[in-house]
Design a protein around this ligand. Structure first.
Ligand SMILES: Cc1ncc(COP(=O)(O)O)c(C=O)c1O
Length: 348
């Protein structure tokens, strides 16, 4: 008998994107924000008192809950702070799923979902998107206890209309978690569904639009019944005192946030056009990354060559993804370096 439960023994675990030690690289592989966090975050960090370390943090992160509630037009009891959006995914699966209560999601999508399903010993029902990444109608009939839709989706960058997700929420009996990790860069979101549907959880993160991937802070927006259920499965002190203070400063600085998001959205358009100009197929993106299909077969050699030049993009050697690269939108300079390197590679 192994030390761990069979499903844990058998699980491969999640492979995070490569994190190079060097800083003088073009890092476009994990969808970080290329700009620094708000100066107000830096100020809040300087104001942290030693006393905040000595004591346990507020278990519910009230300051953040209040700030987020104000921004989203909901009440603080509709917000739950998490140690990154990933923790919310694990909490939702822990709370909703087991051997008899499956998880469902459309594919391709965020590869953490099947990993978490395996670790929680629950079946993962994968429903393929069509070629245009429309919401598959079959998703409504899986009978899953938890359905996750990543919107905008990763790695495709595609976006489903809020009305379609409202219909899905109405049709399914289980919980619908809408993973809005990339919503900061899209035209609409599904927060309003929380008021109408008692089974909808919205996932948000400060890792992308707020430039705080290193802080580890995300949150749920949902009706009070769902939040209360999730609280039962969370670690008592799942977000630390410094993270609460800094995340609150970040989300209160909406002007800075919007300015950076607009810069990234403009750069995304330019990057998309430049990649298309090099002969790659690039669908319209609603995220802070683009999903580029190369012309002749596997994208692996291009991925390798770029890495050799310290330009990192994301590549999956899996069916349906092996001819594509997911490229985060960087600064103008980073994007130009990528395009120059790619131009040289594809012209050979
Ligand atoms: C689709 C998706 N959901 C959730 C997350 C979670 O982000 P974090 O744990 O950094 O908040 C990520 C991170 O890359 C993501 O890509």
């Amino acid at each position: 008998m192994g030390y761990f439960r069979d499903n844990v023994e058998q699980a491969a675990g999640y492979t995070p994107g490569f994190q190079p030690k060097a800083t003088d690289v073009v890092k476009l592989n994990t969808n970080e924000n290329p700009y620094p966090p708000s100066p107000k975050v830096v100020k809040a960090l300087a104001e942290v008192k030693p006393e905040q370390f000595r004591r346990y943090p507020d278990p519910m992160g009230t300051l953040f809950r209040e700030a987020a509630a104000e921004i989203h037009g909901v009440s603080p009891e509709n917000i739950l702070c998490c140690n990154g959006g990933d923790e919310l995914l694990a909490m939702a699966i822990r709370a909703c799923c087991d051997e008899r209560r499956p998880l469902a999601y459309p594919v391709p999508t965020y590869t953490l979902y099947p990993v978490l399903a395996k670790l929680h010993d629950c079946e993962a029902i994968e429903v393929p998107f069509d070629a245009e990444f429309n919401l598959p109608p079959k998703l409504a009939t899986t009978g899953a206890a938890l359905t996750i839709v990543c919107n905008p989706n990763a790695p495709t960058g595609s976006l489903i209309r809020a009305e379609e997700l409202a219909s899905l929420a109405a049709e399914i009996k289980g919980v619908l978690l809408i993973d809005e990790a990339y919503t900061d860069f899209s035209e609409w979101n599904c927060v309003s569904l929380v008021k109408d549907f008692p089974n909808v959880i919205i996932l948000r993160t400060l890792s992308k639009g707020y430039s705080l991937a290193g802080l580890r802070f995300g949150y749920a927006i949902a009706n009070k019944g769902l939040i209360d259920g999730l609280v039962k499965v969370k670690d008592s002190y799942n977000v630390d005192a410094v993270a609460i203070a800094l995340a609150t400063a970040a989300i209160r600085d909406q002007a800075y946030f919007r300015e950076n998001v607009e810069k990234i959205k403009s750069a995304r358009l330019v990057l998309t056009e430049q990649l298309r100009g090099l002969g790659l197929t690039v669908p319209e993106s609603h995220s802070n990354f683009v999903f580029a299909q190369v012309k002749n077969g596997s994208a692996a050699p291009i991925h390798e060559e770029l890495a050799g030049q310290n330009i990192f993009v994301r590549y999956w050697n899996t069916p349906g993804l092996a001819d594509k690269l997911r490229i985060s939108v960087g600064t103008k300079e980073q994007n130009e370096k990528l395009i120059a390197a790619l131009r040289e590679i594809v012209s050979r």
